[in-house]
Design a protein around this ligand. Structure first.
Ligand SMILES: Cc1cc2nc3c(=O)[nH]c(=O)nc-3n(C[C@H](O)[C@H](O)[C@H](O)COP(=O)(O)OP(=O)(O)OC[C@H]3O[C@@H](n4cnc5c(N)ncnc54)[C@H](O)[C@@H]3O)c2cc1C
Length: 429
């Protein structure tokens, strides 16, 4: 009997690619008409866009390895400048040409827009984290950590809060300091390349789902789109998957659906109650992407620019990145006042902010708002995340929400899928 993967997001794809690559028969069920899940291509006005602008960083080791394994040339598929953070109106930081972490240390000291005492205090903060082996015990909120280390409002506004929102998709007063510090550790204290921003030049479908699907098919795996699994039940020799298209049996199952769908599939299985309670305790945070189309000549000085004291947090120039001239993608991570605005008003507001801060025209030619209401779980201090291995032999959980020292990201999703596949491979040996 083959292995079933339920869910064709990045976690499920990572699992299926790993299994197929090992010659293990795998069938992937995806309820939607396309692969990718929360990181997928959407088509708007004839343009291939994304359900949300995504960024990767050089420290996403498993994701980069996975992309390479399915034949993606990451250097061609992503714009990968050395770490550069530009936040309007005044902040500019660029990594120095030195090994990590000196590239950031000197970059901070040479940064523009904050006074020298703030630069020194940021460097001291990072040095203290390293000295403490990047452990925050007990875990507290990011805001409390920043207060403990006397980070100024300017540093918070230009640097730490934007990084926290971008990485954890959770407001600093709620976000886990430990997970934030894990991200700082991996991005800034590994190699210089780990801190590189990787901004996709292709739509998210082309980045992983399309090549992964080709890889899985070429290695004997099967992908079934538009096939929702309704329930997983125990059966002789494994599991029965009850779906839209009948019931099928598998020896091993990787459940790679988003956390808020796990209970639909697994609730009635004995011995999973504690896991269901763990997942049931999650809260969720939104991510809004506002696409604004201007004349083709409109460009940003750098393809990713931060804004401060605005609803808009980051703006990406899809002209420079993806050859979609004049198209800007404004990203607003986590909960906030923007959620109360109707989409048309939110788009107007984003356009006004780009007009006031960056000199763009007062109005865009067309706009489109994509609201992902449950983009990620709220990454709270000491949050308990379920393991990939469940108490039921042969049943695994994959997804960005499973146990990992990273927040809910492409990397945590990919790592979880690979973990599950490797556990199955080991069990079959
Ligand atoms: C707008 C937005 C912006 C983001 N930006 C970033 C970023 O910049 N960098 C970053 O690293 N991360 C980012 N993330 C997070 C990242 O996209 C997610 O962590 C990751 O995509 C989660 O993948 P997953 O496979 O765990 O889950 P999902 O992507 O949710 O995949 C689960 C799949 O299961 C399918 N499914 C559900 N129920 C069933 C069923 N019953 N039967 C069959 N299939 C089913 C779903 O259709 C879906 O395809 C962002 C997320 C969003 C929403």
């Amino acid at each position: 009997m083959a292995v079933a993967v339920i869910g064709g997001g990045w976690a499920g794809l990572a699992a299926a690619v790993t299994l197929a690559g090992q010659g293990i028969p795998v069938t992937l069920f995806e309820s939607a008409a396309q692969l990718g899940g929360r990181a997928r291509r959407v088509e708007i006005n004839g343009l291939a866009l994304d359900n949300g602008q995504h960024i990767l960083i050089g420290a996403y080791r498993e994701t980069l390895r996975l992309l390479a394994s399915v034949g993606v040339d990451v250097a061609a598929a992503c714009y990968a400048p050395p770490l550069t953070l530009q936040v309007a109106p005044a902040f500019y930081l660029s990594a120095a040409p030195l090994p990590a972490p000196w590239h950031l240390g000197l970059g901070l000291l040479k940064s523009r827009g904050i006074p020298l005492r703030d630069k020194l205090s940021a460097v001291r903060f990072l040095a203290t984290l390293k000295h403490g082996a990047f452990r925050v015990m007990p875990d507290i909120s990011v805001s409390s950590l920043l207060t403990q280390h006397r980070q100024s409002p300017a540093l918070n506004g230009y640097l730490w809060h934007p990084l926290c929102l971008a990485a954890l998709n959770t407001p600093p007063h709620l976000a886990s300091a430990q997970v934030f510090v894990n991200v700082l550790r991996d991005a800034f204290f590994g190699t210089r390349d780990d801190s590189r921003l990787l901004l996709p030049r292709v739509d998210l479908g082309q980045l992983l789902p399309d090549p992964a699907a080709r890889f899985i098919a070429a290695h004997g795996g099967e992908i079934r789109l538009n096939q929702r699994i309704q329930r997983v039940a125990l059966a002789a020799g494994g599991f029965a998957l009850h779906g839209d298209h009948g019931t099928e049996h598998f020896a091993q199952v990787i459940c790679a659906v988003p956390p808020f769908r796990v209970a639909d599939l697994l609730e009635q299985l004995p011995s999973l109650q504690p896991v269901m309670e763990q997942i049931g305790a999650f809260h969720y945070q939104p991510i809004y992407t506002v696409y604004l189309q201007y004349a083709a000549s409109m460009r940003l000085p750098f393809p990713m620019l931060g804004l401060s004291n605005t609803l808009s947090q980051w703006v990406f120039d899809r002209g420079t990145l993806s050859n979609q001239p004049g198209l800007m993608a404004v990203v607003i991570s986590a909960e906030g006042a923007h959620e109360a605005l109707p989409h048309a008003m939110l788009a107007e507001r984003a356009a006004r902010e780009l007009h006031e801060q960056l000199g763009f025209p007062a109005q865009a030619n067309w706009t489109q708002v994509i609201a992902e209401k449950r983009a990620t779980f709220t990454c709270l201090p000491s949050i308990s995340r379920p393991d990939n291995v469940t108490p039921i032999a042969g049943l695994f959980l994959a997804g960005d929400y499973t146990a990992c020292d990273y927040p809910a990201t492409l990397e945590s999703a990919v790592r979880s899928g690979i973990q599950c596949a490797l556990a199955i491979q080991k069990a079959l040996q």
